[in-house]
Design a protein around this ligand. Sequence first.
Ligand code: ADE
Ligand code: ZN
Length: 323
Amino acid sequence: MIEKIKKAEIHVHLEATIMPKLCRKFAKNNNIKIPEEVFGSKYCYAWKDFYDFLKKYDLITSVIKTPEDYYELTYNYLKQCSQENVIYVEAMISSAHAKSKGMTYNSFIEGIIAGAKKAEEEFGIISKYIVNGIRHLGAESVHETATEVLKNFNEHIVGFGLAGDELHFPPNLFIKTFDMLKKESFPITVHAGEWDGPENIRNAINLLHPTRLGHGVRSIEDPSLVDEIFDLNITLETCPTSNIATNIYKTYEDHPAKQLFDRGIKITVNSDDPPFFNATVGGEYQVMSNLGLSNDQLLLLTNNAIQCAFCDDNTKNKLLKKL
Ligand code: ADE
Ligand code: ZN
């Protein structure tokens, strides 16, 4: 039955969807050496803790070197999603990573969009993209990225996000950039409440103007913050399997997603960095079903994702009709 439920994913790092087979292929084509010990472990890639994960993330995704690679990566991921009955994907992408590998902003985006178009033609899956600023590359890098996004309007690029090291790069460093985005009414999502607690989430909400939070689950530690998130109608992009893999919670029963759902918070479920955590969108819906959500409630998760999506109203209406 869960297979039949139409799903949506709005928190996935496109570069981190690369499966080992594709990683090896790109490494060979682009003449990049990836140490064998990086492959295989409990998960598809070996990493020890969040900081090691960020390092391995950079190493593994360094093999994606050309717009054609981005095309293939995008197409493959969307194909995989459509097999799980996913009707909409809003994926985060990093132009700073792409540029560090020699691509231009536009050639990188064009590769992704070509893959997205082919997948939509073949499987009917609709996808849009959020450009992420990467916290640990610094405030200047994040500002440059946001400026480039605003200068290069593209109907497939629907929002701006903030990812990376939440603990050492707090929201106050990025005020100027997010004020600029707000002034342009550009949709915003911020990773907050994954690694850090309620104070950081409050700062992210008050200083960076997001309508969605990446994770946001540690808001559960402060009931008045949960009330605020409810009153502000902020959607939480939860990623239970990711949080368990990175040891933020020990078991699915400890994870606050169900509790937040029961409180009336708009949540969605997402895979984050699929092969790094052995996560899939369908798997996250299954997790919520195991935690007691009915099939109608699972459909509500998809509805939440579409309601808070950054795409245009036409696309939203088309998706809602499919539901
Ligand atoms: N970049 C990729 N995955 C991430 C995560 N789970 N948290 C923060 N930044 C990320
Ligand atoms: Zn994330």
